[in-house]
Structure formats: C-alpha cells, structure tokens
Design a protein around this ligand. Structure first.
Ligand code: CP
Ligand code: NVA
Length: 300
C-alpha cells in the first residue's frame, strides 16, 4: 500500500528518515545529486504568513530539481473567502504533487494532510518549524561535527523554534538548555514528554546558566509573526539578548545560530549576529539543500 510521506513534524518523520533526508541534502550540496529528478512534478505553496527564505529556497530547490512551483497567498485562494483547507487540499492534490502550508494553526496543517492525496510539508506553524531545523542540523555538523555531541543553548522566547529544537533533541540526541523568561517558557508538559522520549533537556530562567560551556547558542525573534508586540514582552526578554558578554560563557569555539529574520539590538546584538561566531548566512543557505532533501523524500 502506498503511504503518503507528509513532512509535518520531526517526531513524525523519525530519526532514521531524518538522517536519510540530511544525507540526500548533502549530496545535492556537494553536486552529487541526480539531475532533474523531479521533472514533471509541481509543488504548490500556500502562505498564510510572510516568508522570504522558505518561499525562495523551496522555489529555487524545486526548479533546480527540474520541477515546477506555484506560490499562493491566502487571498489568492478561495480559502480567503471561506473554502475549507480540507476542500482546498482535495482539489490541489488533483493538480500538484506536493503541497507546503505556512499557517498559524497546526490543526489546519493536519486537516490539509488528512484530506490531501499528495505529501504535505509544514512550512511553519505557531507550534513548529521543522524544515528550518534540518538546515540548522546541517550547519551545526558542517562546523562542529556530530550534533549528538552538542550542548545547544536556546535563549529567548519559548516559541515555535524553541519547541522544534526540543523535538530535535529527541531525534538527534544532543543536550538542550532552554533559557526563557518564566512567562514565555515552553509548556512544561512538552518538556516532560521530550524527556520521557529520551531527550536531555535542562530548562532555566537564567541565560548564563544555559549558555555555560555551550557549543552553540541559538535565539529567535522576540515577536513571532501574528503575536502581539508590547513593551512588556521586550522587558521580559531583555535579559535574554545574545550579546558578546553572554557569548563569553559559551565554549570559545561556539557558534551562533538564528533562523532569521533577525532584529539587531533586540534578541541579538549586531556584534554577535555579524561577528566571527555567527553562522547565520550559511544556515540560511543550507535551507536550499534541506528543502531538496525534503522534496526528494516526499516525492521519490
Ligand atoms: N527562517 C524562515 O523560515 O524564514 P522566512 O520566514 O523568511 O521563510
Ligand atoms: N518564530 C518566528 C520564526 C520565523 C521564521 C515566527 O514564527 O515568526
């Protein structure tokens, strides 16, 4: 029986297949991938939120693999006028071979996957951003070797990226140290479940404690898309800014990662983002290869 390979969350894909995707991504990065393996295939991408990297890297990846791509904003579709995401999935899967959805609501993604006859890719929800994490793993391992030996420090909002790092700690076996203000922490149950699944996770409200001897320090915007900006949020997150003083607590050869877009002077100082330890531009470039690995896994 044919099973549809949806890429919804790291834990659904599982560690063995995630490693296969990363291997395939590396082949494409090093020019050893097949030429035009996705010729005749079409990707449809639906964006209910903004995107630079996801949209452009998937578009370029699909074209370089020989396929075609259609990018749609919510208002381009009848979903903007009330057609259900399930009906949209039923129809689109008669035309295209794979669908990506970026939406606030994880339930919409699941609904789309349940109604679609073709693979569905999570292009980010308020809960998780797994396609980004694959590029992050590639970037870490290119710089510092196996991520299973890593101590990763997360500093800032307990948002969708923090949650995805938590899922990655289960699948890739590294130590994760989460530092968030108590008001913006990840759900305690999520951390409990990750530990029960074998993750080595430490949660604190002290960024220095988290960053201590870390091999990689990660942060993300203080205000994720769709969330309310506010002085209160800035005030809570101010002590979690990744600056040179905080980076001094990490290993001397530690790297700094950020999924981007970044806000210099907020979650990260300009000197760290643009400094020698930052690998954020490689990380953004690796999105392209990660997307190729994901598309190949979904479609071949
Ligand atoms: N990191 C990331 O997903 O960037 P975009 O929002 O620009 O796609
Ligand atoms: N946490 C951010 C990630 C952007 C790629 C957001 O959801 O806006």
């Amino acid at each position: 029986m044919k099973t549809t390979r949806h890429f919804l969350d790291l834990c659904d894909v599982g560690r063995v297949e995630l490693r296969q995707i990363l291997k395939s991504a590396a082949k494409f990065k090093h020019g050893k991938g097949q030429q035009h393996p996705l010729s005749g295939k079409t990707l449809a991408m639906i964006f209910e939120k903004s995107s630079t990297r996801t949209r452009v890297s998937f578009e370029v990846a699909m074209r370089q693999l020989g396929g075609d791509v259609i990018a749609l904003k919510q208002d381009d579709l009848q979903v903007g006028r009330g057609e259900t995401i399930a009906d949209t999935g039923r129809v689109l899967s008669r035309y295209v071979d794979v669908i990506l959805l970026r939406t606030a609501h994880p339930d919409r993604l699941v609904e789309l996957a349940q109604s679609s006859e073709v693979p569905v890719i999570n292009g980010l929800t308020d809960r998780s951003h797994p396609i980004q994490l694959l590029a992050d793993i590639i970037t870490y391992e290119e710089n510092l070797g196996p991520i299973s030996d890593a101590r990763i420090a997360w500093c800032g909002d307990g948002n969708n990226m923090a949650f995805t790092w938590l899922q990655a700690a289960v699948e890739f076996g590294f130590e994760l140290r989460l530092a968030c203000p108590s008001e913006l922490e990840l759900d305690a149950k999520e951390i409990f479940d990750a530990r029960a699944a074998g993750a080595n996770v430490f949660a604190t409200n002290d960024p220095v404690e988290a960053v201590s001897d870390a091999s990689c320090v990660v942060t993300d915007t203080w205000v994720s898309m769709g969330y309310e900006e506010g002085e209160w949020r800035q005030r809570l997150l101010e002590p979690f800014r990744v600056d040179e003083a905080l980076m001094k607590n990490a290993n001397p050869n530690a790297i700094f990662m950020h999924c981007l877009p970044a806000h210099r002077g907020e979650e990260v100082s300009a000197s760290v983002l643009d400094g020698a330890q930052s690998v954020v531009w490689e990380e953004a470039e690796n999105r392209l290869y990660a997307q190729k690995g994901i598309l190949m896994w979904c479609l071949t």
